[in-house]
Structure formats: structure tokens, C-alpha cells
Design a binder for this molecule. Sequence first.
Ligand code: ZN
Length: 354
Amino acid sequence: MESVITVAAPDTERYSRQVLFAPIGEAGQQRLAASTIAIVGCGATGAASAALLARAGVGTLILIDRDFVEESNLQRQVLFDEADADAATPKAEAARRQIARFNSDTKVRAHVADLVPGNIHTLLAGAQLILDATDNFETRYLINDYAVEQSRPGQGEHLVAWIYAAAVGAYAATMNILPGETACLACLFPKPPTGPVETCDTAGILNTAVNLAASIQVTEALKYLTGAREAMRRSLLAWDLWQNDRSEISAAQPRQDCEVCGQRDFAHLRGEGRPHITLCGRNSVQIHEHDRPVDLGAAAERLRPHGDVRQNGLLLQFRRGPHTLTLFADGRALIQGTTDIALARTLYARFVGS
Ligand SMILES: [Zn+2]
């Protein structure tokens, strides 16, 4: 008896213009429909990349973001609207809802969480490609460790690739990391940068720089997912859109003595030297040392006599004087109105618990 393997045919009309593009074709479109991609960070770059990938017809998107939508995001974060900002909807959940409106075939797993060593293996499980859309190097080095750890080049060729992307001001940068083939992040930069790094909270950001970073990142992702690995760029590419500058640094070869991809030593996955409290821009502090679930309803009742409380089922916001404490169901909190870590810790201990 003849056995027939049927693959669910992608919607032919919907993807017809992409299928006409010869390097993708029918076969490439089917590979996209069968693929699982994680996007870490769902702010400007993450929302743009998620929108492009969902419209291109990828099968499953894993979206991870620790933050909620605010009015100042709407200038560049294409999946969110004024209602999301009014309701302070967590970005991962707002993105999931918006994607469902334009491509209900793409499965979206939304995680309102900070990606950390303790949850990275669970949250990224099954992803063949990880897109970096974070705003910090701590998380990028963690993703780099994970992708190299999971990849077994030469042993069945199992590969978990990731694509770095960053945008600030009029500047956009991106790099493909194919463990075992190209340089990894630590090959080029053994240690994360120290000292102040410009962010969109200090240097501002053009939405065009964001969309450029996302466009290049997603194009490289489409090459990877459709099996056109040889067409992928092997360099760190940077643009300054305002100055009309473009620069490229080769990343074609791994560095032999690289601690991560050479010696397979994963300090960031072990969580070494990782702070439990971090400054996260826009005059705010994140506390994530208490990895325990919080009953948001009970917390709202307890806090109501002490200040302004509102809750949307996924998070709780408590305003008191100049400070706003946003509490997530996993016990994590963002405290806005201060960059004083000791004060943030005190407010957390007083109103959430120590
Ligand atoms: Zn390396």
C-alpha cells in the first residue's frame, strides 16, 4: 500500500506573491509554515519583526516580553494602539491579540516574562531560530550561550541560530549567529560593554531605524528558515541612516579561543554575576529576585487603602506619590519614578513583601 504524507497546504492566495519570489517558492512557503521562531523582546524591533514574520506565514511564534505598553511606545511599536497604552496591556499579550487579527493561522505563544537563566530552556524550547529584539546586553549574552549550548554542529547538524538586532537614534545594527559556522557574539565581543550604553531613553530613536533593523533581521530569518543558509550575511552590519554611513565587520569565522563557542563555557546560562535588580531605562528599576507567583486580586485588595490601584488581569499598577509600581503575576515588578535601587527595593518590600 502506498503511503501518502500530506502537508497542510499554505493558503495559496494569501502567500501567492511571496511564493512567486523564486528563492522561496512553494517549498520555502511550506517550510515557513512548519517553523517555530522565538522573538525575545516585543518592543519596537520585536513588534516589527513579529508582524513581518506572521504576515510571511510562519507557523509558530514564541513572543517573550517583560514590559507593558505605554503612550511613548506608539511612535514606533507597530503592533500596539492607544487602547493598549490606556490599559497598560503587557506587550507580548497585545502583540498576540493583534497578530490574531491579521493572521489567525500563525500560532502565537505569548510569555509575559523576563528571559533569565532559570526559564530560558522552558521558554525557548522548540525554537529553531531566536530573534534578539531586547534592549540589553545581559539578555543577548544569555541568548548567545543558549544557542551555542543547544547547537551540535557535526553531530546530526542540530543548529539553533540567533540574529542580533539593535536600534537607537538613527542607528541600526544586526548580525547572524550560526553556531559552529560563524563567529558568535562572544567571538567579537568577549565581554558585555561596561559603563553607560546609549538607549532609546537617552538618545531617542527613529522609527525608520527600527524598521530597517527588523527588515534585515527578518530577511535573514526567511533565508534561514527556507534552507538558504549560504545566502546569509556573515558580518556585523551597521547603518547610520542620518549620516548615510554603512559599516561592516567580518564575522565569518568563529574565534578559536572563544570561551563560549570554542570552550563551551556558558557563564551567562549559569547566571554568574547576574543582578536581581536592574535599571531598565526611563527612570525605572526592575526587581526580579522574587520568582514566586503573586495573587494579583489579593494584592489589589491589600494595596487599595494605600494609593491608586488598577488591574487588567495580567498585571497590577499601584500609584503612590511620584512612584508607580507595576506588579506582574510572576512576582516581578517595575518601579517607575526612581533610579535608586535601594528605594525601589524598599517600596517593593513594603507593598509587595520581602
Ligand atoms: Zn564564539
